[in-house]
Design a binder for this molecule. Structure first.
Ligand code: CA
Length: 514
């Protein structure tokens, strides 16, 4: 018994409960790390908070000085803060697809940034992150930005029963922004219906209308796509954070006595950035900084709820972002023609090169903090991890087997989350999805030469075009985190190995079980 206790780090009482409850066979499994948590009767709740467009340098615990994020900083101090965590893509939809499925989105056609009229891009019946939780007996909910399509066909009909949607791919309940804050429809969908819709004023959408055209305005803010009708259901832009946070809290309160999974995907800090008046001017980094502080408030309310209900010891809280930071090129006063947003020199992606949309580190390296008192060892980790790993990690956490045909790019990162001493990295490589597919191996990073002669994107996002003989770019992030010094020519063997790995994982259709 004492040896078992040492190996598994579980209490004598929970061990005896396991033996009594599930028999000797199950107790033998205690030798595998998987069953350490599954063996304990209490399944940990999981709250996954996904911010939108928050960059690597946006929280004070990641170096911001013009923005204050006390709640997130406290979470980091009590939990584990990752310095090399990545979103699976440098933009919204593909990141969310990969988070849900454990598959890199670039493997599947049609997973780019979706309009608000797109059909769902996750096949109902497929194994997903929420479905994995449900199989383990959890109650699941998504609150906030969905952006994975709704309905069986494009264009989505918002006036009837809207399905398939989140409820058909593993969630028990949903309260969502269908696409983004800057895309129509500007209404919430609750389970299968638009919340507050008057059937006598049906919603009509026209996606031939571009942002900034007179017809694109909803609530006096330009959107992508026109919306007519649905007036009683329109959201109020400066209330979005309050509304979503309230729904998240309500779900936690209602499910406090049973295991739950909450995917809380905030609108903050995506454009249009319209903070509630109490956050307006609260930061020293312009309206962008204000909405980061509003996001911090939302995180604080969720933590407060969990702590107040006595759930802290049994709840894993993760705070992260769906891609790197960006300044709004339409500006806060797009009405008057648009100017680039200013933020008083705040380095929203820290020392990283480029940002949202790019395969340079600024595109996908994002803040990632995980707290689970008594289980996750507080500290800072430089382990390479990615949101696409959540599926395999949750399988491990809940004592389930991830079959080889699902989650083809999902690795179990539970040991890294917990802060266990690792003999080898949880993942020995990662493919970063931006203007090209780049590959990481340890601190090496290789970006293949970009095909064509397209002009380099704004803010250095797209890198140099191929000159015909270029071997691509190779960076040693251990000494060059800003990707300024291309050492490809000096290291042909490393370039060859990394480009070979990249091709192998692309063509194999998977990167796990190779
Ligand atoms: Ca985003």
């Amino acid at each position: 018994m004492s040896i078992l206790k040492e190996i598994c780090g579980i209490s004598r009482r929970s061990f005896l409960q396991t033996v009594a409850g599930t028999g000797v066979l199950a107790s033998m499994e205690l030798f595998s790390s998987r069953s350490v948590f599954a063996a304990e009767n209490k399944k940990p709740n999981v709250v996954f908070i996904l911010a939108d467009d928050v960059g690597y340098g946006d929280f004070s615990c990641y170096g911001a000085v013009k923005i204050k994020t006390p709640h997130i900083d406290k979470l980091a101090a009590e939990g584990r803060r990752f310095t090399d965590a990545h979103s699976p893509s440098a933009v919204c939809t593909p990141t969310r697809y990969a988070l849900m499925t454990g598959e890199y989105a670039w493997r599947k056609q049609g997973t780019g940034i979706l309009p608000g009229i797109a059909a769902i891009i996750i096949e109902p019946g497929r194994m997903t992150l929420p479905a994995m939780f449900k199989q383990a007996g959890y109650t699941t909910a998504v609150v906030g930005k969905w952006h994975l399509g709704l309905g069986a066909q494009t264009p989505t009909d918002y006036n009837g029963e809207i399905k398939p949607g989140p409820l058909e791919v593993g969630f028990d309940q949903c309260f969502i922004i269908p696409a983004t804050g800057d895309r129509t429809p500007c209404v919430y969908v609750e389970n299968h219906r638009v919340a507050g819709l008057d059937p006598k004023d049906p919603i009509k959408l026209d996606y031939t209308v571009k942002r900034g055209e007179p017809r694109s305005f909803v609530n006096d803010i330009p959107r992508i796509g026109e919306q007519t009708g649905g007036r009683s259901a329109l959201w109020k832009d400066d209330d979005i954070a309050d509304t979503l946070t309230g729904k998240a809290i309500k779900f936690i309160e209602q499910n406090k006595d049973k295991p739950f999974f909450l995917y809380f995907a905030t609108h903050d800090i995506h454009v249009p950035r319209v903070p509630h008046p109490r956050f307006k001017g609260s930061s020293q980094a312009g309206v962008r900084g204000d909405v980061v502080q509003e996001f911090d408030w939302s995180v604080g309310k969720v933590i407060e709820t969990i702590d107040k209900l006595g759930l802290a010891e049994n709840t894993i809280i993760i705070v992260t972002s769906d891609n790197g930071g960006v300044l709004d090129q339409n500006g806060p006063d797009a009405v008057h023609g648009g100017t680039e947003e200013t933020n008083n020199g705040h380095a929203f992606n820290g020392p990283l090169r480029a940002g949202k949309g790019s395969a340079y580190e600024g595109g996908t390296r994002i803040p990632f903090i995980a707290r689970w008192p008594g289980k996750i060892k507080p500290g800072v980790s430089s382990e390479l991890i990615c949101h696409v790993d959540m599926l395999a990690t949750v399988a491990e956490l809940t004592g389930q087997k991830l079959s080889t045909d699902v989650g083809p790019d999902s690795f179990n990162i539970l040991p890294a989350l917990l802060g266990e001493k690792l003999n080898k990295p949880c993942r020995d490589h990662l493919i970063e999805h931006g203007h090209v597919l780049a590959i990481r191996e340890g601190t090496w990073k290789y970006l293949p030469a970009r095909q064509g002669r397209k002009k380099a994107g704004k803010k250095d996002n797209a890198g140099p075009a191929s000159t015909g003989k270029a071997v691509g770019e190779l960076y040693n992030l251990a000494e060059d985190i800003g990707e300024q010094n291309n050492v490809a020519d000096k290291n042909p063997d490393i370039v060859k190995r990394l480009s070979g790995m990249l091709e192998k994982y692309k063509t194999a259709g998977r990167s796990r079980y190779m």
